[in-house]
Design a protein around this ligand. Structure first.
Ligand SMILES: [Zn+2]
Length: 101
């Protein structure tokens, strides 16, 4: 995601994921939203029945869930990637909220 957001300190366009403004040093007030999804549960579901896209349905990504269901976790590749993403806390739900432990 290459979203830019105006810095509340100096108004400069900075990357939305930046923790602080590189120009004026103001700490970003955009606190990252965390998904309400339980990461442990999601990880277990992904590991065991993730090839059917169940974890995608859990996080509101219904379209991806259906694709996974018919392609066995996007031919296993998508499933493997999702397992790794969840494990490292980098998985994002349908509203782009990070699923954290
Ligand atoms: Zn600034």
């Amino acid at each position: 995601m290459n979203q830019l957001t105006p810095c509340y300190g100096c108004g400069e366009q900075i990357h939305s994921s930046a923790k602080s403004c590189p120009k004026c040093g103001a700490v970003s007030k955009n606190i990252e939203e965390v998904s309400p999804t339980n990461a442990w549960l999601l990880l277990i579901v992904c590991l065991f029945i993730g090839v059917f896209g169940i974890h995608r349905f859990m996080t509101g990504q219904v379209l991806w869930g259906i694709i996974y269901l018919f392609t066995f976790g996007f031919f296993g590749i998508g499933w493997l990637m999702d397992c790794a993403l969840i494990l490292f806390g980098a998985y994002r739900d349908s509203e782009d909220r990070r699923v954290r432990f």
